[in-house]
Design a protein around this ligand. Structure first.
Ligand code: FO1
Length: 318
């Protein structure tokens, strides 16, 4: 099958499947569109956590323990900053700081985020297209029992502890989407990576025009579950499902996507949920979705592509 795959990704889980897809597709056949609503300004720098996570992962230089930041990192600046009484709750390693310094300099000089990231990614050896969902600032704001919090305040500083009552994406109304998100006509397929549906995938869909383009395309749209056995593989997705009143399961995620996603990749541990997801009008593929190593990433990516092509041939609906 020819054509391009458009993958929608957030941070660590999204980056893993994006890497798998990069193993099985030629670089020109893969575009990874990344959430930028986790971005923030911190210590005077423009930080783009999800873009950097995907960039470092595709470059093979991500920190394998955390999933974010760079491998072989040192913390000299953070340690010195802490000794001066500075803010260290958001850990910026020395090598990672170089990315923030250079991105911030170029953004201040007037360059767009997509242009900066295209160049940084190329310099680190990333071959597939890596694009921000928008060049305009969009910021996730989390409403909690402790009031409304900026995303990284909630996620990192407060370790996702305050219960979430709602989420909004400040700036989304006027943000312009990256053209790759609108150019869905000739796609081979769209893959929603196993990222948080509420704070990684939802912001991408909130950029004007994106949801409509994803709804209108004839290309098969596949989502890979971020929930296995009722738990998030990483991060607060399960906690958010519960707090926002959804079923804490892959079925809860499938219900959330059912308006526009054609196929759902369900983990083998949750195979019992397959009939309920099929009843939503989606096709289901049961697979081992845990990506413990590169072989797992490659295998899952190949299965996802097989599913995309199956849906293209047999029709998208069950
Ligand atoms: N996540 C943490 O839990 N603690 C950190 O100190 C932290 C620092 C950090 C620095 C750079 C970067 O690109 C990401 C970083 N992250 C950190 C991860 C990140 O904030 C979240 O994983 C994402 O925003 C959620 O996808």
């Amino acid at each position: 099958m020819s054509g391009r795959i458009l993958a929608l990704a957030g941070g660590v889980g999204g980056a893993k499947l994006a890497l798998g897809l990069s193993f099985v597709l030629p670089p020109e056949a893969l575009t990874v569109a990344v959430n930028t609503a986790d971005d923030f300004e911190h210590l005077g720098f423009s930080i783009s956590p999800d873009l950097d996570t995907v960039m470092y992962t595709l470059a093979g230089i991500a920190n394998p323990e955390t999933g974010w930041g760079r491998q072989g990192e040192s913390w000299t600046v953070m340690d010195a900053l802490g000794a001066l009484g500075g803010e260290t709750w958001f850990r910026l390693g020395d090598k990672d700081l170089a990315t923030h310094i250079e991105r911030t300099r170029r953004l201040r000089a007037g360059e767009s985020l997509s242009s900066v990231m295209r160049d940084l990614a190329a310099r680190l050896g990333v071959k597939p297209a890596l694009v921000p969902m928008s060049d305009d600032p969009v910021r996730t704001m989390v409403a909690t029992g402790q009031g409304e919090l900026a995303f990284q305040d909630w996620f990192v500083r407060l370790q996702c502890k305050p219960a979430v009552t709602s989420v909004r994406f400040a700036g989304a109304d006027t943000a312009r989407p990256h053209p790759a998100l609108l150019d869905t006509g000739g796609l081979r397929g769209i893959v929603v990576c196993p990222s948080n549906p509420f704070v990684s995938v939802a912001p991408i869909l909130a950029v004007p025009g994106v949801r409509a383009a994803l709804v209108a395309t004839r290309a098969p749209r596949i989502a890979v579950t971020p929930i296995v056995g009722g738990q998030a593989i990483k991060g607060p997705a399960a906690k958010m499902l519960a707090e926002l009143g959804h079923d804490v399961s892959a079925l809860g995620v499938a219900r959330h996507y059912k308006e526009w996603v054609d196929g759902f990749v369900l983990d083998a541990q949750d195979a019992v949920l397959a009939p309920a997801i099929t009843a939503l009008g989606m096709r289901v593929k049961v697979a081992d979705t845990m990506m413990r190593n590169d072989a797992d990433k490659r295998r899952l990516a190949a299965e996802v592509l097989e599913f995309v092509d199956e849906l293209a041939v047999s029709g998208r609906h069950s």
